[in-house]
Design a protein around this ligand. Structure first.
Ligand code: ZN
Length: 336
């Protein structure tokens, strides 16, 4: 990963950890095949590989090599997939999957998940899920298409989960996001192009923009994830939507605080900070007990593998990616 202010190795680690927690806390992890679970984590690890810190809009306006290579169609996400393909070959990631069907399933999930992180596709994906939820009896966990949708939305939630965290964490990520956006805006200005409002350090108001982002993008995304989890829970009582619903509390609290800032009002941080920290500790305790429960189940189901070994595997893989993706060679193949 490159050393961008936002799209860097810390972001990738953060998103992977969030994906892991989402799947575990909702009990969806227990309903997936091992190959599906592995693909979900690898997609999170690889979802921003070699991100240049400049958006798809910039790539296309500047007519960069990536934009030309992918014909202006999700240039960044296609590039992340391409680097993923090379890493798969180099480290023979698929070698231990015993059947062709599993190899295909693994790659299919990673492709669906990474391509879904392009925000230009956000509206279409949300529409598709709403249509599915309108079908009586649709059980998302009973088909590969349904599982793909759960994993796509899960990764999208993880990818923009900054505001679903306690204030101090959320605000720090927000500063990193806008640092990267403003750098892009500066390049646009220098090139004589119009600077998009969110990217313009001269006019953008971060609190106001963040209120809009939470209200129009992040909260509706989490709400649809809750709706899918509730649908799963109707069909399968083990599935738990509560953990995702709890994220909505942080979103609301942070939105209110940014609104106060936007209105120029003083925010007493100490009292609310303590309340949020306690909430976070409660959530971590719940997740920890679920992790222990999961560990016990895994031990009895797969005697040779335990959760710690799975985490070790992910850590080793991430280290390898960190070492090898700094200066990736030109791709050997391109997606169709
Ligand atoms: Zn990302």
């Amino acid at each position: 990963m490159r050393d961008n202010s936002y799209h860097n190795f810390t972001h990738v680690t953060d998103v992977t950890q969030y994906m892991y927690t989402l799947l575990l806390a909702t009990h969806v992890a227990e309903r997936l095949r091992p190959v599906e679970l592995a693909a979900a984590y690898i997609a999170a690890v690889c979802h921003d590989l070699d991100h240049p810190g400049l958006s798809n809009t910039y790539q296309n306006n500047e007519n960069t090599e990536l934009s030309k290579r992918y014909n202006k169609e999700s240039p960044l996400e296609n590039h992340h997939l391409s680097v993923f393909g090379r890493l798969c070959e180099k480290h023979e990631l698929l070698a231990n999957l015993p059947t062709e069907e599993e190899k295909t399933r693994f790659v299919d999930i990673v492709h669906h998940m990474i391509l879904a992180t392009d925000m230009a596709k956000h509206g279409l994906l949300m529409k598709k899920i709403k249509e599915k939820l309108n079908i009586d009896g649709w059980h998302p966990l009973k088909s590969e298409e349904g599982i793909n949708l759960i994993l796509q939305i899960g990764l999208k939630c993880a990818d923009i989960s900054n505001q679903a965290r306690p204030w101090k964490v959320a605000n720090r990520w927000n500063e990193a996001v806008y640092k990267e956006f403003y750098h892009e805006g500066d390049l646009d200005r220098a090139a004589g192009r119009n600077v998009a409002p969110l990217f313009d350090r001269r006019s953008n108001m971060i609190p106001t923009s963040t209120v809009g982002f939470i209200g129009y993008v992040v909260a509706p995304l989490y709400e649809i994830y809750v709706a899918i989890m509730k649908r799963c829970a109707m069909m399968d009582e083990q599935v738990d939507a509560q953990a995702v619903e709890e994220c909505l509390v942080f979103l609301q609290k942070n939105k209110e605080r940014y609104q106060l800032q936007a209105d120029g009002q003083y925010v007493d941080q100490d009292e609310e900070e303590e309340e949020l920290q306690n909430f976070a500790v409660d959530l971590r305790t719940k997740i920890k007990s679920k992790e222990e429960e999961e560990e016990e189940k895994t031990k009895s189901k797969y005697p040779g593998i335990n959760g710690l070994q799975q985490q070790d595997t992910i850590r080793i893989l991430m280290n390898k990616i960190k070492q090898h993706s700094k200066h990736p060679p030109e791709p050997k193949f391109q997606p169709e």
